[in-house]
Design a protein around this ligand. Structure first.
Ligand SMILES: [Zn+2]
Length: 86
């Protein structure tokens, strides 16, 4: 039986206690031979999760795109303003 700790990407439910796990929470994924879907266990049931559990990369991409777009908008606004002041 293989079991790995992962971070919840969207939402998941613990198969043992029924706790609803929100995004970024650690979840233990257990893959059993003969079972199509892996089992999910929350930190309270099978924890603690390792502290060095990596965060999902998808979230970093999203924030870096947002921060790079913001300074451009501010610069465009500051260039536009002086021309309209008499
Ligand atoms: Zn649980």
């Amino acid at each position: 039986m293989a079991s790995t700790w992962e971070r919840v990407t969207l939402s998941a439910m613990c198969g043992n206690c029924g706790k609803l796990l929100s995004q970024d929470e650690p979840v233990l994924i257990k893959t059993l031979p003969g079972l199509k879907r892996p089992l999910r266990r929350c930190e309270a049931c099978e924890g603690p999760a390792p502290p060095d559990l990596p965060r999902p990369i998808v979230l970093h991409d999203r924030t870096s795109r947002m921060t790079s777009a913001k300074p451009l908008a501010i610069r465009a606004l500051s260039q536009w303003k002086p021309r309209n002041i008499p």
